[in-house]
Design a protein around this ligand. Structure first.
Ligand code: ADP
Length: 356
């Protein structure tokens, strides 16, 4: 190698913010770059001649020895490992080391180790992991709380309904009082439905196991679950090419089911036509469910995703939970959901989903 090239490499190594070591096959340190002082607090001369394994945490030594064996066996494949290394001040710090086997390079004849301190990154990763475990635990608690509340509330509702119906059958009620009793039974039945839907909604959109989900298959499954509503409205649904994504399959089916069911429910007088398509936007897929129904005015387009928010309560059955569940499912995976619509001109519900 020409002298100028070597000088260039030397300057590169000496100015690098990574600590660079040359070790032999017995892990003895033959060279340490000046930046070891910055990374580990040692001057290079304090390290040369020592065995590199001495600096590594006892619990990480076995992993390091194995990694070294692998690098020696496969000179073409550099290896990266994370280990704890003792700094000169006695503190342990996390270090990411990349080992490259240049033992057969005549000018080097060593294993080159590039070491970078990653304690802050590890701490942030550990904090994220703790946070997500905490979230999963509190979600599970919330779910079981919702289940208990729904179960306990249904019991007195059953009693109210049963005794009101008994009263209707046995007591001589005038037409007005009979109507009042009917209102009670209807109210109780609606409350029971609400509780059941609320209970079901609590189980969607929690970080469950992720799998590869073919959105096209999920959309067809959702259609199958809605066979009756689709047939009785003679709805024509076309599904374009949809991507496969990382998701929870039940969640994706529920997402399409709620959107298709609404597209049918909030239909106009024209024959129902629904089109489901996907397009790319940078790292995301944008999935669109377009209908030719009654549409939604601008001022309500954000509100409809709120829990128990309904714009059409009189003639169409529903609890105002469907779109809130869709929002929860999409946002749990880091996406967003929105609607583009004009009254009388149909609605297009869109959501983004990370592509793999
Ligand atoms: P629900 O259908 O049970 O009322 P959702 O949360 O699914 O509850 O929807 C909330 C409201 O948004 C509905 O009450 C309706 O007013 C409006 N909406 C939802 N989807 C559509 C749609 N495709 N076209 C027009 N309005 C819709």
């Amino acid at each position: 190698m020409a002298a100028t090239t070597l000088d260039g490499f030397r300057a590169l190594i000496e100015n690098s913010s990574d600590a660079i070591f040359l070790v032999n096959a017995k892990t003895e340190i033959m060279y340490a770059s000046p930046s070891t002082a910055k990374v580990l607090g040692y001057q290079p001369e304090e390290l040369v001649g020592r065995n590199g394994l001495e600096l590594i945490h006892p619990q990480d030594r076995e992993q390091s020895t194995q990694a070294l064996k692998e690098v020696i066996a496969k000179p073409q494949s550099p290896l990266q490992i994370h280990t704890r290394v003792r700094r000169k001040d006695g503190e342990w710090c996390w270090v990411e080391s990349t080992a490259s086997n240049l033992l057969n390079e005549p000018h080097v004849q060593a294993i080159v180790l590039n070491a970078r301190e990653i304690s802050a990154r590890r701490a942030a990763e550990e904090e994220r992991q703790r946070h997500s475990e905490e979230l999963a635990r509190s979600n599970a608690e919330l779910q079981s709380f919702a289940q208990n509340v729904a179960h306990d509330l249904k019991e007195p509702l059953r009693t109210i309904s049963a005794f009101t119906q008994l009263l209707l059958r046995k007591a001589p009620l005038d037409p007005i009082n009979r109507q009042f009793a009917d209102f009670i039974v209807d109210g109780v039945s609606r409350m029971t439905t609400l509780l059941e839907e609320l209970l079901a909604s609590a189980t969607y959109g929690f970080k469950g196991a992720l799998e590869r989900v073919e959105m096209g298959i999920a959309a067809r499954q959702a259609m199958q679950n809605l066979t009756e509503a689709i047939a009785s409205n003679a709805a024509i649904i076309t599904i374009g090419t949809l991507p496969a994504v990382q998701a929870n399959e039940c969640d994706v089916i529920r997402l399409f089911q709620n959107l298709i069911s609404n597209a049918v429910k909030y239909r106009s007088a024209t024959p129902v036509e629904i089109r489901i398509t996907a397009e790319r936007s940078e790292l995301d897929w944008i999935i669109k469910v377009r209908d030719n129904g009654i549409g939604i005015s601008k001022e309500h387009q954000q509100r409809v995703f709120g829990l128990f928010t309904r714009l059409h309560t009189l003639d169409v059955p529903g609890a105002g939970i469907g779109l809130a569940v869709c929002k929860k499912i999409v946002e749990e995976r880091g996406g967003t959901i929105w609607v583009e619509s004009e009254p009388g001109a149909g609605s297009t519900f869109c959501f983004s989903w990370h592509s793999d």
